[in-house]
Design a protein around this ligand. Structure first.
Ligand code: FUB
Length: 335
């Protein structure tokens, strides 16, 4: 056999080997929205740890009057159709000495085999809790908040809430947080302290709350809920940058106003697919048709998210399944 043919053959063998060794791409079927129908849930932060996708939402209480949440559950899926509730993982008011109310939107990340849950309370504190498993039990390692509305460098003229943590490919972890102004700290390797400096993120139009940062093809995407005080209901919009700290360039809308009034989301890749997790008030409104209860009885949903060729994100159209609404077992009694 000629040398060229030999080389060609071995190149073909190598690519065949590479293809057969490559992890199998997974494409997921979705199971209809809302994905959680046995209780109310909001503010979903979704992450992939190992083979599974975990959702850490806040928990709208059955008898909620406003956002009086008090504990956190975790949900896990491997197929994007069924989300298993693994129960309560953390109760800030019982498990810390300093948190007293408003356990709102959390986030959870993994580092070196430990899991770090970042959560806001009292509309002024950001705490961190640590566990050896994504299912908890989580514990307060500090005995005080990690960051507060009064920490040097923080700018906040409203609620100091909605932490989201992004770990870059070089291992640097960033926590984005705040309302009206988006603050960012660089976490130290221990994930429970930071370098002391607070960065203010520039380039976000009408930033209100619910910051979420992800990376795609080398670009940083900061998505967030825009302001309800500018003549429209909150939308999820985004900006892009070459650096996690910005400056960011505003790009546009990912999700229009939803039936809950508030809008809060996360963006994650699972297998080959990208997803937008968000919440709506569809279930609360379905269960109390005449009372407009969806604002404080929200439910977590998910839909596919797609990019354009230039890396911009296509607007997502939220979906709802009548079957899921009809089959719900969430609280619908008098309150
Ligand atoms: O769930 C309470 C608050 O409502 C969250 O912290 C905000 O993002 C909004 O969704």
């Amino acid at each position: 056999m000629k040398r060229e043919s030999c080389l060609l053959l071995s190149a073909a063998a190598v690519s065949l080997l590479l293809v057969s060794c490559a992890p199998k791409p997974r494409h997921f079927e979705l199971g209809g929205n809302p994905i959680i129908t046995h209780m109310y849930s909001a503010d979903p932060s979704a992450h992939v740890f190992g083979d599974s996708l975990y959702v850490y939402p806040s928990h709208d209480r059955d008898m909620a009057r406003g956002f009086d949440m008090e504990d956190y559950h975790v949900y896990v899926t491997g197929d994007m159709k069924t989300f298993e509730d693994r129960g309560v993982i953390f109760r800030p008011f019982e498990q810390t000495s300093w948190a007293t109310k408003n356990a709102w939107a959390p986030d959870c990340v993994e580092r070196n085999g430990k899991y770090y849950l970042y959560y806001p309370t009292d509309v002024k504190y950001i705490g961190v809790a640590v566990a050896d498993s994504p299912y908890g039990p989580f514990e307060d390692p500090l005995g005080h908040p990690l960051l507060t509305i009064d920490s040097p460098g923080v700018i906040c003229d409203r609620d100091f809430i909605d932490p989201c943590v992004f770990i870059d490919d070089d291992g640097q972890a960033y926590m984005f947080v705040g309302q009206n102004t988006c603050c960012c700290i660089k976490l130290n390797d221990d994930m429970i302290s930071y370098d002391g400096e607070v960065h203010i993120i520039e380039g976000l139009e009408e930033f209100f709350e619910a910051s979420w940062v992800h990376k795609y093809n080398g670009k940083y995407y900061l998505s967030y809920s825009n302001s309800p005080f500018t003549g429209h209901q909150p939308e999820i919009v985004y900006a892009m940058a070459d650096n996690p700290l910005g400056p960011y360039e505003y790009k546009g809308r990912i999700l229009g106003p939803v039936s809950s009034g508030t809008n809060h989301h996360s963006i994650v890749q699972f297998g080959d697919d990208w997803f937008l997790f968000y919440h709506t008030g569809d279930l609360g409104n379905y269960n109390w048709p005449d009372r407009g209860m969806g604002g404080s009885h929200r439910s977590v949903c998910v839909d596919y998210l797609y990019y354009n060729e230039d890396g911009t994100i296509r607007e997502v159209q939220p979906t709802v399944s009548q079957e899921k609404l009809e089959g719900n077992t969430a609280f619908k009694g008098e309150y």
